[in-house]
Structure formats: structure tokens, C-alpha cells
Design a protein. Structure first.
Length: 284
């Protein structure tokens, strides 16, 4: 059984780390430079701030304000260390900047965000684009949920995988096709096959791939009205992120606007009237 860590040893080590990095250490700093772990420190002092006080370190000291360039440089440094785009665990282990700070300032969408410069709508074969618009008119769906999540999806039988691949490749979508087994439904006596689905929920992909595509290759019927509302919601939420509110809680005004988009899309299930759409998606 390992010997119990002495309080005086933790204090000495915390002070050493403080002198080494020349700023108030965060839990990430200590996990990176300390002899023990931040969990051990918290267990012995009941909280991180209390540990800092007991070590003679004032946690209220002004914190260093990381610039966007410093955040980007740190991500690139950790990427070189790991040899791949760093995961949350990689950042926790190697980053000099708190993972919470990275998440709050730039989010972890950078790990999933494609290179949008690769998409060129002008290179899409017009005949193939029209075919995709027709397929999505029949089998596609646009979803807006009250919490602000967006989804564009196309679902088909699993043995129609080639059709989904055609849609994905024509739209140049940087996503995988997902497969779902309907074993339980078959066991319940239903005559159903397995399903395949093209599913996009990444707002950056929706804004830079899906919207330009259907702006050029128009959908028909009610699906065109679905898309009009979906486009407004996507641009609204992307603009919110670009204004620095990424991962911030929705304000009351934002919640009301998102609910209008959601309600308008739901209303089309019963009354596909243009006047209803105009009333619902008008910004407050």
C-alpha cells in the first residue's frame, strides 16, 4: 500500500510549480508539471482554491489572457507532440493552456471541421446536382430542435447504399454513411430491412456545403419550404457562433427565435402555407 502523501510535500511541490511557470497554476498546469495530481491536491485540501491559499498563492491574481494566436499555436504544438489532431485527453496531458479555456474560446469543433476551401459548387455536374435535389425532395429531411441543434439527413434501405454515396459524393460532403440494424423490429414480426443514413449535424458543414448546394439546385414542393426555414436557422446560429457566443448559453431572445424556426417547420406538417412561414421566421 503506497505511503500517504504529506500535506507539506504537496505545499512544497505546488510552490515549486508556481515559481516554475510564473503564474497561478491551474489544475491542468499542475497535472503537467506537478509531482502529484490535481485530484490528490483536491482530496487533501477539499478544493483547488483552498490549496492555493494554503500554499501562499493568491488565486485572485489576474490571469493571463491568451490571444487567439497563442491558442492556435498551442494546438499546433500538441499536434506535433502527438502526431495527430489532439483529443481531449491529449490536450489534458500535454497542453500548457487549460482544456476548459480551449473549449470555451474555440471549442473542439476544430477537430471535426473540414477544409471548406475544398468545396467548389461550380464543379458540381448540373445533371447530377438536379438528380440529388430530386432524391432529397423525396427522401431528405431537415430538422430544427428547440435546443438549437440542426440536422440534414437522407435515409434509405441499407441495400441502397450506393444512392447515398452518390448524394454524398455529388455534394462533396465530408461525412460517413451510417448503418442501422432493425433486428428488434424483425424479431417483433415486422418485415423491415436494415437502414442506411446520411446524417449532417455540423453547422459548419451545413452552412458551407448543404446551403450552397440547395441554393443552386432547388428543391421542390413542401421540401423547398422546409429548406427555406432550415437555411434561416442555420445562418442565424452560425452567425451567433461567429459573434463569439460559441458554447455560450442561449439568451432569451435567441431561445425565442430558435423556437420560431422550430414551430414554423413543425407547422408545415399540417399547413404548408407561405404566410405561416413568413410570420414564424420573421426575426424579433
Amino acid at each position: 500500500m503506497p505511503a500517504k502523501v504529506q500535506i507539506k510535500d504537496i505545499v512544497q511541490d505546488m510552490q515549486r510549480v508556481y515559481q516554475e511557470i510564473q503564474r497561478v497554476p491551474t489544475t491542468t498546469d499542475y497535472d503537467l508539471h506537478g509531482q502529484y495530481t490535481s485530484v490528490t491536491v483536491r482530496k487533501n485540501f477539499h478544493s483547488w482554491n483552498n490549496a492555493l491559499f494554503q500554499c501562499g498563492i493568491n488565486p485572485i491574481q489576474p490571469e493571463h489572457k491568451w490571444t487567439d494566436q497563442e491558442l492556435q499555436n498551442e494546438l499546433e504544438r500538441v499536434t506535433k507532440i502527438t502526431g495527430h489532431v489532439p483529443s481531449w485527453t491529449d490536450l489534458k496531458k500535454h497542453s500548457k493552456i487549460s482544456v476548459d479555456t480551449l473549449n470555451r474560446r474555440i471549442g473542439f469543433s476544430y477537430r471535426k471541421t473540414p477544409d471548406i476551401s475544398l468545396f467548389d459548387i461550380s464543379r458540381v455536374n448540373p445533371e447530377h446536382g438536379a438528380m440529388v435535389a430530386g432524391l432529397v425532395t423525396g427522401e431528405g429531411s431537415f430538422t430544427i430542435r428547440n435546443e438549437g441543434s440542426l440536422t440534414f439527413s437522407v435515409g434509405l434501405r441499407a441495400d441502397d447504399q450506393c444512392v447515398l454515396e452518390f448524394i454524398r459524393d455529388t455534394m462533396q460532403l465530408p461525412v460517413k454513411i451510417h448503418f442501422f440494424k432493425n433486428t428488434k423490429r424483425r424479431e417483433a414480426g415486422q418485415q423491415v430491412g436494415d437502414e442506411a443514413r446520411l446524417h449532417i449535424a455540423n453547422k459548419i458543414v451545413l452552412k458551407n456545403y448543404v446551403i450552397p448546394f440547395f441554393d443552386r439546385f432547388s428543391l421542390l414542393g413542401r421540401k423547398a419550404l422546409d429548406y427555406a426555414i432550415f437555411k434561416e436557422a442555420t445562418l442565424f446560429l452560425c452567425q451567433r457562433d461567429e459573434n463569439g457566443r460559441f458554447h455560450s448559453r442561449h439568451s432569451q431572445a435567441e431561445k425565442e427565435q430558435i423556437n420560431k424556426f422550430h414551430t414554423a417547420l413543425q407547422a408545415l406538417r399540417f399547413d404548408p402555407s407561405k404566410c405561416i412561414i413568413d410570420q414564424q421566421i420573421t426575426a424579433t
